[in-house]
Design a binder for this molecule. Sequence first.
Ligand code: PAF
Length: 300
Amino acid sequence: MSSGESPGAAGPAAGRPVVARTRAELADARARIEGRLAFVPTMGALHEGHLSLVRQARRSADAVAVSIFVNPLQFGPDEDFDRYPRTFDADLEACAAEGVDLVFAPDRAVMYPTEPQVTVDSGPMGKIVEGAARPGHFDGMLTVVLKLLNLVRPDVAIFGEKDAQQLAMIRRMVADLNVPVEIVGGATVREPDGLALSSRNRYLSAEERRTALALSRALRAGADAAAGGPAAVLGAAESVLDKAATAEPPLVLDYLVLVDPATFTPVTDSHTGPAILAVAGRVGATHLIDNVSLQLGKER
Ligand code: PAF
């Protein structure tokens, strides 16, 4: 155990978080938490989006745990695992300022003492949309989330709605595998100009950031066209993205989809009711995703 007050003494004035680096330290800290525990799993590089999840966690439980672990299993061979920002000291300060009780910050050998032989298969839903753009990503993500849930044993776990397919897949895993935890989504936090907060935004140059704004603009254009139905939504979003494809630097679109929120399968042309408009693309070497929830069709 590195430092801190007794976990469970909730509240921003309660002192610094306990930092657990090993499974034994985590088990010891967890045993001393009283009441309802809310958990916010992260890969660190914490920003306001994460901190809003932490505040939501604080409101919904007696104690809050945050994990910080850049999970190698969910990165493809050509992805940004090596350069993913690692800012532990700043993350810990941010957790302390938010009154987090427990920070679990394992290294790779703690999470994967041996090469895992048994992992979570994300199934058909893990191979569509973001899963098609990043093969294997959802298997690796679900594997680490299940391990973290088993280790931390929270009552509730909170995940950002910016990663909407991730959230849908975690809900599905918890339902299908009877994991005893409540899963809750937290609203996406945006910059004033609409850009969704992401740890990867720090990779963007000023010019790349300008191009990246097309993602949130496309979603807003699509949302504004919701009364016209699926074709109108997609058409409005596409026209914004088409312009960004010829910008300098260009947006290289991975996908724009209008999907059922629970299954991430495309909605039909006549669909009415809830849907998610999700977009992903690359600007330079940076993969960015965003989405918006919609109600399609006329008043019901
Ligand atoms: O959303 C993230 O930061 C990660 O995918 C998660 C859920 C912490 C698993 O590594």
